[in-house]
Design a protein around this ligand. Sequence first.
Ligand code: PMP
Ligand code: GLU
Length: 396
Amino acid sequence: MNKISDRLNRLSYSQTFVMSNKARDMKAAGIDVISLTLGEPDFDVPQKIKQAAFDAINENYSHYSPVPGFLELRQAIAAKLKRDNHLDYKPTQICVSNGAKQSIINVLQAIINDGDEVILPAPYWVSYDEMVKLVGGTSVFIETSIDTDFKFTAEQLEKAITPRTKALLYSSPCNPSGSYYTRGELEAIANVVAKYPQVTIISDEIYEFINYEGEHVSIASFPQVYEQTAVINGMSKAFAMTGWRIGYSACPDWLASACDKVQGQMTSGANTVAQRASITAMQMDPSELQYMIMEFHKRRDLVFELIKEIKGFKCNLPKSAFYFFPDISYFVGKNLDGFEIKDSDDFAMFLLEKAHVGSVGGVSFGSPECIRLSYAASEEDLREAMKRIKDCVEPF
Ligand code: PMP
Ligand code: GLU
């Protein structure tokens, strides 16, 4: 008897965790696997953030915080949004959550009725479509391709909007493609959305600092859509604090208080020690994080040179975040040493089993012709992983 709800039965397991767990299990069984699955910085948390956490414990920050977060943290986030993104938010417009992941689903729960449409430009981050399903919405996809760096245009967006469209959800910088949207591209998107007041933009900016070329622009900085935008960000990527689980949303007043309402019934708020430490993170000057960005940049250049040598991999130079998203359709439909490759998930399994390199297939990112490789790994592991993949696919 299946006791699971229909809603959950429609949901998939997060493919990023499925593949990283598989790689971890193989390692535990003594197999020398290099896992390029999860997108998480391999750096330590900066010392002063750790110190702030120790201080918070000693100062007995052990009780519930206000549901949307400590006022001092929301003030520090507001100051950061002003300093880095030229955005004006009051602390009451900010809601601190257990990671950006929760911030996104808070917003979706706040605005989506059964059957409402959420536009997801593909490739999208794995959890977006599943979160839309979880809140009873319907995802509407915009197709993009490697030829346009996997970016959608304002024209494509306008065609996808219907009277049922409630939200547009995307990340810039983008996980998984590594592309980011320029000021001009975002302005064109903002101009379209401004014509449809029922549409909320959920702008996931968690990779904001990991951008090697251009300026990061928040779409909320265009006044025509400020009142229609939820900005999502957090500590996980910029400060290597994935396990501390602190993210936040910055929204118009009506949406911020709806997020507070959702959160008050679901989690009561985020971990207090991690919140106190996040005040220090928000007050750090972005220049203090440059050492991580420079290291990612170096690794990106290295992997790009190595990936170009791999047969059947078609790849653009990603300009931000820490992922490569090569098109591997050359292998689809082939039988590789007993592995039927119907899509990139099969190909990712093939690489794991045969090359002992973990990656994530693109099916759950909405691009079944691509795989995602995270380069948040050591240079030595990256060199070895690219060599293993190259040797493994060479005969086919
Ligand atoms: N958005 C994107 C695009 C991500 O890659 C991730 C993965 N960390 C998240 C949101 C969620 O981040 P958090 O750890 O803050 O929940
Ligand atoms: N965001 C990271 C990734 O895409 C971490 C895993 C997750 O949250 O899904 O790999």
